[in-house]
Design a protein around this ligand. Structure first.
Ligand code: OGA
Ligand code: MN
Length: 286
């Protein structure tokens, strides 16, 4: 197996490309190497895997319990096509979430437990656009100025899908169709210490809003400033998908977003999401 860090500059790397392993036949000793690399690099790209659904699910289960999307489904299509191949209605909740994914975020922060990991497998991709980008929130925290670091040390934000979807002009009721209530919105610190590596990282993204102790405008301005600062070179890389690629990322320390493309073209991805640990990914109380 080869693990090649992705160089942002001559001295800065973020993410790594893994080759020489078959995710459809992953051995325990190979997983041990991958897991260690994952904690170091936070995003692992596995080109040309064509992973089958059971192996995709099994990979997630090596990390922890999965989020179950509907009844006993352990993976979810992130796709602008329905199973019969027809286009998803642009007014549907699903399409609105796909569009919402184009804002920097980390997965399931609006849920009672924010996600540990996500694993995305590309099946059909458009010829142009539709990349995914990741931004390293550990590196961003490391280079914050002291004043900002002190300012945010004890701050927290509410994380809500009602808020984030409304902000981009979508139906705020979408949260309800995901079984969420607008009465029960988790509060999460702006700085998250990674439960395994103990490295601090900015914990923000599009669902974050309403910092207690700040006005709505101050809160929005601060979160905007942090996101703009954090999500730039040399902390961001884009992956241009080929069918069969798999990417696994650590939602505890990176933000990600989808890039736009011609929505008339199919883009079909399969997503497995590993639930957070109730000890470290539950919200806090105000
Ligand atoms: C996701 C997500 C981005 C993409 O699946 O959680 O944000 O590029 N996907 O599809
Ligand atoms: Mn996402």
């Amino acid at each position: 197996m080869q693990i090649e860090p992705i160089q942002m500059t001559q001295t800065t790397a973020f993410g790594a490309t893994v080759s020489g392993v078959d995710l459809n036949r992953l051995r325990d000793d190979e997983w041990a190497v991958i897991e260690a690399a994952w904690y170091e690099h936070a995003v692992l790209v596995f080109p040309n895997q064509h992973v089958e659904e059971p192996a995709h699910v099994a990979l997630g289960e090596r990390i922890g319990d999965l989020e179950e999307f509907v009844a006993d489904r352990k993976s979810v299509p992130i796709s602008n096509r329905k199973v019969d191949g027809s286009a998803v209605d642009p007014n549907s909740d699903h399409f609105q979430i796909l569009k919402g994914n184009e804002g920097w975020h980390t997965d399931s922060t609006y849920m009672p437990l924010s996600a540990r990991a996500s694993i995305l497998a590309a099946q059909v991709v458009p010829a142009e656009g539709g990349q995914t980008e990741w931004a390293d929130m550990r590196a961003a925290y490391d280079v914050l100025d002291d004043e900002t670091r002190d300012q945010i040390a004890d701050l927290a934000a509410y994380h809500s899908l009602f808020y984030s979807q409304a902000k981009v002009g979508h139906n705020p009721a979408v949260g309800a169709s995901y079984g969420l209530s607008d009465q029960d919105i988790p509060l999460r610190p702006l700085v998250k210490v990674h439960p395994i590596t103990q490295r601090p990282a900015l914990f923000i993204g599009r669902h974050a809003h309403g910092i207690p102790g700040l006005s709505e405008a101050e809160s929005e301005a601060l979160l905007e400033r942090l996101t703009t600062f954090a999500c730039q070179s040399p902390r961001v890389f884009a992956h241009t998908w080929e069918p069969g690629d798999v990417v696994m990322w650590d939602n505890r320390c990176v933000l990600h977003r989808a890039r736009p493309y011609d929505y008339a073209k199919p883009r079909v991805m399969r997503h497995v999401r590993v639930a957070g640990d109730p000890v470290t990914e539950a919200g806090i109380t105000a």
